[in-house]
Ligand binder design. Structure first.
Ligand code: ARG
Ligand code: ZN
Length: 869
């Protein structure tokens, strides 16, 4: 097996983890149709008794091999007879003569010592599980791979006083008391499932109960289980759950299939949530929400994640993945489905802007850096590292493009065929594309390159107009990425229209152009006046567009493109153009065009407030850094601040008028209109403060004190924290005291302070690390501090490199507890290729120091070594 450590400057002594390759896939040697599990639950020492019926898969004489990790094996029996255990490469190997057998194991595990939060662990007195991707092997010996599907019968037993609620997948069968103050519950899941969808929960939980009647008239009991104190914050999640059930019936014809659907919220969780069959387990962050403690953005995220996990019941559970290289099969599709839900429940235009913002902030840099990989990766050391923006968000864009190319009806026929054909199976991305082809009759051969080629394509566009007509010249390049030097042209669906330079109207109606060649020309017919090019409308393809622009073109599109997304884009292009020019030439920024565009947006009578808020926000510093070679982050910050100041001073009156008008938002309403007003209020306050610190501070303080929603309170607090006055200290103290007992709000207290864009903010971050409320053990808290700091370029990229050193130390310390979460912070250090040589050398040194650490996890090793490479 390839050793990717060789050639590394800082190779550690441990043997290299093996590379897992997609091309090496082999069907399982043994199947496990039936599983019985009995848990004797105890946080200190839990006993798991497993009974697996196994059957030989095909003609071969290989033994049964079971994965296991940190298990204490107490007994092994084969067909009732005790057996001596044999291990090879850490797996339990069982020689079996016949074509089937019953394997029984008894193991002991220690949930309260499980700081990785994979397998069975304890979170605030609740016992819960996380098995995706490879956590089930930390519970019992098993064929821990998604293409082994089993029917589960699960018995839970625990102390009745400490763990009054006992939940598992499927339907409850029986429950009762046991000896010594214990009790038990028996659960059965009729649907065969891979072990990554297994779940159990035991704890002192209260339930928000409701029900949903499905399209065929079946009554489903819904439950959201939380600590008693949190019960009042579950109403929004419950509404989102019912909306999701209804939406999936309406939009995809998908009906729920069990009598129960349970959600449990736990505060220690490595990511957002998990779609375990009939028993979703969530990070509290994506369940608990009310307007006083959660922002509008948080509330929208709760609905989106509830929907996402529910939709997995079909796209993920009924039809699952053959192997982990196919992860985007379920994740890309399910993100696309939850995006559709959010578009239908709110404003589609605003949603689309948010989706693209996320893609640009998280996925484009990944695709342009050392960790670039196709949405269907070819190899990995640690699969947990591939739950990425590429697999999820670019994966969703790929599904969206198929829908755009096929049209909504053929797309729906395609998903119907996919679900019908593969129900109960573990399949591949290829199976999905083939269902789309078969249902639509459209050949997607070249389109499949989106699954295999990494890197964000660039599309060059030039409009040529003469007496003969209008021609669009297009060209595409797919950049080289690690392991992929030569790329082929992709299928790029571009929604294109022409806007008259004089009339401002659409002079060529929107059409779908399929760019399939390296270079291509498109005849757009004759139009009666000079025209401007509106391209990639609605962000029809996840590409970078590099268009030759006429003088005034981008300004005109920013002021009046008939596609709201394209209009937003034009504004961003304009701001980026003028800021990059100043960053590159070192002089003052040419702010006239930006000020004019922002002013027109603020004064517009027709635009809605949410759109205005998006349109007046400048592209972030990270985005600008991505567009530069050898960026000086301090210079990027300086230029962007100069523009913010210019907007704040030159448009002071417009901003204040918009701010005051937006203050009319009804704090008790979560309507799109009221959320939009609050969004605009936050955006205008930040710009007012940029132009006039004193006014910003006094408005910020007033807004903070009068705030009735967290949206208002948090945005005011952020402005105050950035201004760094006495009032900020007071507000921060007040915020802490007010919400001391609410961990999710205290996360905000950490995040706000760690997001202050100031070279000296490291001191604040270091002090916060010593705060009694800080802990490396809770992923939300760690993300609030380290994630926010590393996501703030002007603070993170200190010239002396101390920001990098700090992050490297945190990664090393966190890795000892929780490799999966520690590894999430490596990527910011891997961006060194975009940064000027002095800082870049310090970033590399920090990566080398991480790699020199003995006993590094393969999670961190993989990302740090690839980032350096
Ligand atoms: N399947 C979960 C979801 O819906 C996420 C699981 C993440 N697992 C991991 N090892 N990072 O998105
Ligand atoms: Zn998912």
């Amino acid at each position: 097996m390839l050793d990717i450590r060789s050639g590394l400057e800082a190779a550690a002594a441990a043997p290299a983890p093996p590379v897992i390759r997609r091309e090496d896939y082999r069907a399982p040697d043994w199947l496990v149709p039936e599983v019985e599990l009995a848990f004797d639950l105890d946080p200190a020492r839990t006993i798991v008794r497993a009974r697996l019926s196994v059957t030989r898969n095909g003609e071969h004489d290989r033994p049964l091999r079971l994965d296991g990790e940190e298990l204490e094996l107490l007994a092994l029996r084969v067909d009732g007879e005790a057996r001596e255990a044999r291990f090879e490469d850490g797996r339990l190997v069982v020689d079996l003569p016949g074509s089937s057998a019953v394997i029984e194991t008894d193991v002991a595990i220690a949930p309260e010592k499980n700081s990785q939060l994979m397998g069975l662990y304890a979170s605030g007195g609740i016992l819960c599980t996380q098995c995706e991707a490879e956590g089930f092997r930390r519970i019992t010996y098993f064929a821990d791979r998604p293409d082994v599907l089993s029917r589960y019968r699960v018995r839970l037993e625990a102390d009745k006083a400490r763990f009054p609620v006992l939940l598992a997948n499927g339907n409850p069968i029986e429950q009762g008391d046991a000896a010594d103050g214990r009790h038990f519950a028996l659960w059965e899941d009729p649907f065969p499932k891979p072990c990554y969808l297994f779940a159990l929960v035991a704890g002192d939980l209260q339930c928000n109960r409701d029900s949903f009647t499905t399209m065929s008239g079946r009554e489903v009991e819904l439950g959201i289980w939380v600590r008693e104190a949190d019960l009042s914050k579950t109403a929004l999640a419950m509404q989102a759950l019912k909306d999701s059930f209804a939406w999936d019936e309406r939009t995809y014809g998908r009906e729920y299939d069990l009598d129960r659907f349970n959600i449990v919220a736990v505060s220690d969780f490595n990511f957002g949530a998990m779609e375990n069959k009939g028993l979703n387990i969530f990070n509290t962050r994506y369940v608990l929400a009310d307007p006083e403690t959660a922002t509008d953005g948080d509330i929208d995220a709760v609905a989106a994640v509830v929907a996402h996990e529910y939709f997995h019941n079909w796209s993920g559970n009924r039809v699952t993945c053959r192997d982990w290289f196919q992860l985007s099969l379920k994740e890309g599709l399910t993100v696309f489905r939850d995006q559709g839900f959010s578009e239908d429940m709110g404003s589609a235009a605003v949603q689309r802007i948010d989706q693209v913002r996320t893609l640009r902030a998280a996925q484009f840099p990944e695709d342009a850096g050392p960790l670039a990989h196709p949405i269907r990766p070819d190899s990995y050391l640690e699969i947990a590292n591939f739950y990425t923006a590429t697999v999820y968000n670019k994966g969703a864009e790929v599904i969206r493009m198929m829908r755009t190319i096929l049209g909504p009806e053929a797309y729906r026929k395609g998903t119907d065929l996919y679900f019908e054909r593969h129900d109960g199976q573990a399949v591949t991305c290829e199976d999905f594309v083939r269902a789309m082809e078969d249902a639509s009759g459209v050949d997607l051969k070249q389109f499949r390159l989106w699954y295999s080629q990494a890197g964000t394509p660039t599309v060059q566009a030039r409009l040529e107009q003469d007496g003969e007509g209008t021609t669009l010249h297009l060209a595409q390049q797919v950049p080289p990425t690690p392991g992929q030097s030569d790329k082929q042209p992709m299928v790029i669906p571009l929604r294109v229209a022409l806007i008259g330079a004089e009339s401002g109207r659409e002079v060529a109606a929107e059409q779908l152009v399929l760019l399939t060649e390296g270079e291509q020309t498109v005849d757009l017919g004759t139009v009666g006046e000079p025209a401007f090019l509106s391209i990639n409308r609605g962000f029809s393809a996840p590409v970078l567009v590099d268009a030759v622009r006429k003088p005034g073109e981008i300004e005109a599109l920013a002021a009046g493109d008939s596609d709201s997304f394209a209009r937003f884009e034009a504004g961003q292009e304009l701001m980026t153009r003028d800021m990059l020019a100043a960053i590159r030439n070192g002089g003052a920024v040419e702010v006239e065009a930006i000020v004019a565009a922002v002013g027109a947006t603020l004064r517009s009578q027709s635009l809605d407030p949410a759109f205005k808020a998006d349109a007046i926000a400048l592209p972030g510093e990270s985005l600008l850094i991505e567009k530069l070679d050898a960026a000086d982050p301090a210079r990027v910050h300086e230029v962007r601040e100069e523009v913010r100041r210019a907007i704040g001073t030159r448009l002071g009156e417009d901003l204040q008028r918009a701010y005051t008008a937006a203050s009319a938002a009804d704090p008790t309403s979560l309507s799109g209109a009221d959320k939009g007003l609050r969004r605009l209020r936050a955006a205008t306050l930040a710009l007012i403060a940029a132009g006039d610190a004193k006014l910003g501070a006094s408005l910020g303080q007033q807004q903070y004190e009068a705030a009735r929603t967290m949206t208002e309170r948090q945005s005011a607090l952020m402005v105050l924290a950035m201004l760094g006055t006495d009032a900020s200290g007071k507000a921060l103290d007040d915020f802490f005291t007010r919400f001391e007992d609410d961990p999710l709000v205290i996360d905000k207290w950490f995040a706000v302070q760690a997001s202050v864009p100031d070279e000296s903010n490291l001191h604040v971050v270091e002090a916060l690390q010593q705060h009694p409320a800080f802990t490396l053990a809770n992923p939300n808290r760690l993300r609030a501090l380290a994630g926010s700091f590393a996501g703030t370029p002007s603070a993170f990229h200190r010239a002396d490199g101390k920001g990098y050193d700090w992050l490297a130390e945190v990664i090393v310390a966190a890795d000892k507890l929780n490799p999966q979460t520690a590894a999430r912070f490596v990527a910011p250090l891997g961006r060194w290729r975009k940064i000027e040589p002095g800082r870049a050398a310090r970033m590399r040194a920090a990566l080398q120091r991480i790699l020199a650490e003995p006993g590094l996890s393969k999670d961190v090793f993989e990302l740090a070594s690839k980032s350096l490479g």
